[in-house]
Design a protein around this ligand. Structure first.
Ligand SMILES: [Zn+2]
Length: 142
């Protein structure tokens, strides 16, 4: 893509390069209102919503509701498409650190499981009667 052409960013023109900046795997879904939702990482790290007027970058977060994990992404920042630089290289230079910030914020919330000694996402933490911090996997095995 030539920098001289000055593309007008939109859901259609930006999805591919934004996807390439995200941690894998990326789960794509379409939401009402012409919104494309990209959930990235396993366990989830970053949530990007490509909306008709803006790009929204958020931290992956999950809450339990009736035995199911429900996505409750927290918006870190919303950038209107018109505010992104028209050159691809410069647009990537703006978006990349935002994705990295969301990833870092998510990882800072991980806890240390005292049984398997792994770093686990906060939604998998179980408070045991003994006061030990364990993950659901270890808790289920005991
Ligand atoms: Zn564990």
């Amino acid at each position: 893509m030539s920098d001289i052409e000055a593309p007008q960013w939109s859901v259609q023109t930006a999805e591919t390069w934004i996807k390439a900046l995200l941690p894998e795997p990326v789960i794509r879904s379409e939401l009402p209102g012409d919104v494309v939702l990209l959930q990235a990482g396993d366990p989830g790290q970053v949530v990007v919503r490509l909306k008709p007027a803006a790009l929204r970058i958020g931290v992956f977060s999950q809450r339990w509701w009736r035995d199911r994990g429900v996505l409750v992404d927290e918006t870190l920042i919303a950038v209107p498409w018109v505010r992104l630089p028209s050159s691809l290289v410069h647009a990537q230079a703006v978006v990349r650190p935002l994705i990295e910030a969301a990833t870092a914020l998510r990882r800072s919330r991980y806890f240390h499981c005292e049984v398997c000694q792994q770093q686990r996402p906060p939604e998998l933490q179980v408070a045991t009667s003994t006061g030990k911090r364990t993950c659901q996997t270890c808790w289920a095995e005991q």
